[in-house]
Design a protein around this ligand. Structure first.
Ligand SMILES: C[S@@+](CC[C@H](N)C(=O)[O-])C[C@H]1O[C@@H](n2cnc3c(N)ncnc32)[C@H](O)[C@@H]1O
Length: 298
């Protein structure tokens, strides 16, 4: 089978499982099998695939036909200009999360000294922020040891590993100290959704997506505990479900610590991001600003 025959065959196969981008996916998969850049396929259309290459191609096209995400087959994805390795141990970073990074960067006048990324997965958010803020130190956590190993590998690949400390932690359980900025894209999908979820979603780790009966389990813990880990005037940035804005406002109000909650829409017009700013009051004793964290009512 030559490259051009492989392209024709793979495109036909992928089109049968009604993929709009069958040709593009075929090119990416064949380029991956041949370990070439996509454009190079057109420089050698009559190059013959080896037996092993054909076998690998058949296997990948079959897996794609069953609905496995393309990024897991190619083992990489791009996020905010960073190349990241992804495996089924981590969520495939989404374009919305690139918007979260953009929101954080646009809203932060001075690069923060200490940043915490909760539930780092592939390391996407922490790595993008570390590249944007070369002076910042970051802590990136996850409950999954496999995810942390991959995130560390991705940080090395992107030249920021020496500024990110990776910690296995159940949200804040292994965290100490205070941060200028906390960011998280936690699991926020309702458990009930998985009964009818698209096939592709079922390939991703459930722990990365399932936020409990209302999708709020992780958000509740992160919002309740963040004030104890934020410095005066610090902010918590979150990615949230499109119908969770009001719940996030209420959870924030219950802490009595955040003075301002901003809910932002994503490019498709859905509420998707939250910024919770910590209270900050001038201290009469020394004139410095100090943070007031009130006890949770009730
Ligand atoms: C929606 S994914 C986000 C991954 C990555 N930050 C991104 O935006 O692509 C949520 C992440 O939270 C992690 N996670 C789930 N439960 C956790 C917990 N109790 N403590 C820490 N991390 C947790 C998952 O392993 C997963 O990597």
């Amino acid at each position: 089978m030559t490259v051009s025959e492989a392209l024709r065959w793979a495109t036909g196969q992928l089109a049968q499982s009604s993929r709009e981008s069958a040709r593009l996916e075929a090119e990416l998969i064949i380029a991956h099998v041949l370990q070439k850049a996509r454009h190079e396929l057109y420089l050698q259309p009559s190059h013959t695939l080896s037996h092993d290459e054909q076998t690998q191609l058949y296997e990948l096209i079959e897996r794609r036909g069953h609905g496995e995400p393309l990024q897991y087959l190619l083992e990489y994805t791009e996020f905010y200009g960073c190349l990241l390795r992804v495996t089924p141990a981590v969520l495939i970073p989404r374009p919305e999360t690139e918007e979260l990074v953009e929101f954080v960067l646009q809203s932060t006048l001075h690069p923060p000294k200490d940043v915490l990324d909760l539930g780092t997965g592939s390391g996407a958010i922490a790595i993008a922020l570390a590249r944007a803020w070369p002076e910042s130190s970051l802590v990136a956590t996850d409950i999954s040891q496999e995810a942390l190993a991959l995130a560390r590998e991705n940080a090395l690949r992107n030249g920021v590993a020496e500024r990110i400390r990776f910690v296995q932690s159940d949200w804040f359980s292994q965290i100490s100290g205070r941060f200028d900025l906390i960011v998280s894209n936690p699991p926020y999908v309702r458990t009930g959704y998985f009964a009818h979820a698209p096939r592709e979603l079922l390939y991703e780790p459930r722990v990365a997506l399932d936020g409990g009966p209302q999708g709020l389990d992780a958000l509740r813990r992160i919002i309740q505990e963040s004030p104890r880990y934020l410095r005066s005037g610090g902010s918590l940035y979150l990615e949230i479900g499109s119908d969770q804005g009001q719940a996030v406002r209420e959870l924030s109000a219950q802490t009595g610590a955040f003075v301002n909650v901003e809910i932002r829409k994503d490019l498709s017009g859905q509420e998707r991001f939250a910024r919770l700013r910590l209270d900050c009051t001038p201290s009469p004793a020394n004139g410095r600003r100090r943070c007031t964290v009130q006890a949770k009512p009730g």
